[in-house]
Write a new protein. Structure first.
Lengths: 114, 113
């Protein structure tokens, strides 16, 4: 069974630009959550989607947004990029509730903002 | 405040020796606790979880963790470390009130041959 797939794996943007990251969950998984990983802050929760609805969100500014499609694939978008947005963005899927079950992570999209 | 702490940024251990990676938590109610491992340039992989039941939880790759309610700890252990265990380890706890998973800052485990 294919794992969680994130694209692109690496990307470089400049300040002020926007970026869209994609995540394809494991087949049959309906929950997709996103995390930002930085050396100083560790893993920070961005948001979680379940059946196309945002079920939970973290403490990030409105520049960070996401959505989920009917096939459970998810995208996250960051607008007006700042240097501090440079990070590894991880997507995770699970069958249902993310907090009682095991999360399956993708390898991440590494964003560098110049 | 609800939180999870990994007090050690790095743990060094010789191959064949037992290892412990520490985790303490502070949440309201009964905690749901997790350990994940991250190898270089990879996503996180689930190791084990504690929801309820036996305080000693066994997981993948020979790892286990002990839930200690009185000390609010969930330390990760392995009887005999391997060089291939070298990685970044994250403890996580479910925050009941917000239904979110909070991750610790991670502990880098270095196993020397």
């Amino acid at each position: 069974k294919a794992g969680v797939t994130q694209t692109p794996r690496y990307l470089i943007k400049t300040r002020g630009q926007q970026v869209t990251l994609s995540c394809s969950p494991i087949s049959g998984h309906r929950s997709v959550s996103w995390y930002q990983q930085t050396p100083g802050q560790g893993l920070q929760f961005l948001f979680e989607y379940f059946s196309e609805t945002q079920r939970n969100k973290g403490n990030f500014p409105g520049r960070f947004s996401g959505r989920q499609f009917s096939n459970s694939r998810s995208e996250m978008n960051v607008s007006t990029l700042e240097l501090g947005d440079s990070a590894l963005y991880l997507c995770a899927s699970s069958r249902d509730n993310i907090n009682t079950g095991e999360l399956f992570f993708g390898e991440g999209s590494r964003l560098t903002v110049l | 405040a609800q939180s999870v702490a990994q007090p050690e940024d790095q743990v060094n251990v010789a191959e064949g020796n037992p290892l412990t990676v520490k985790c303490t938590y502070s949440v309201s109610g009964n905690p749901y606790l997790f350990w994940y491992v991250q190898y270089p340039n990879r996503g996180l992989q689930f190791l084990l979880k504690y929801i309820t039941g036996d305080n000693l939880v066994k997981g993948s790759y020979g790892f286990e963790a002990e839930f200690n309610k009185s000390q609010t700890s969930f330390h990760l252990k392995k009887p005999s470390a391997l060089v291939s265990d070298s990685a970044l380890y994250f403890c996580a706890v479910r925050v009941l009130s917000t239904d979110k998973l909070i991750f610790g800052t991670g502990t880098r485990l270095q196993v020397f041959p």
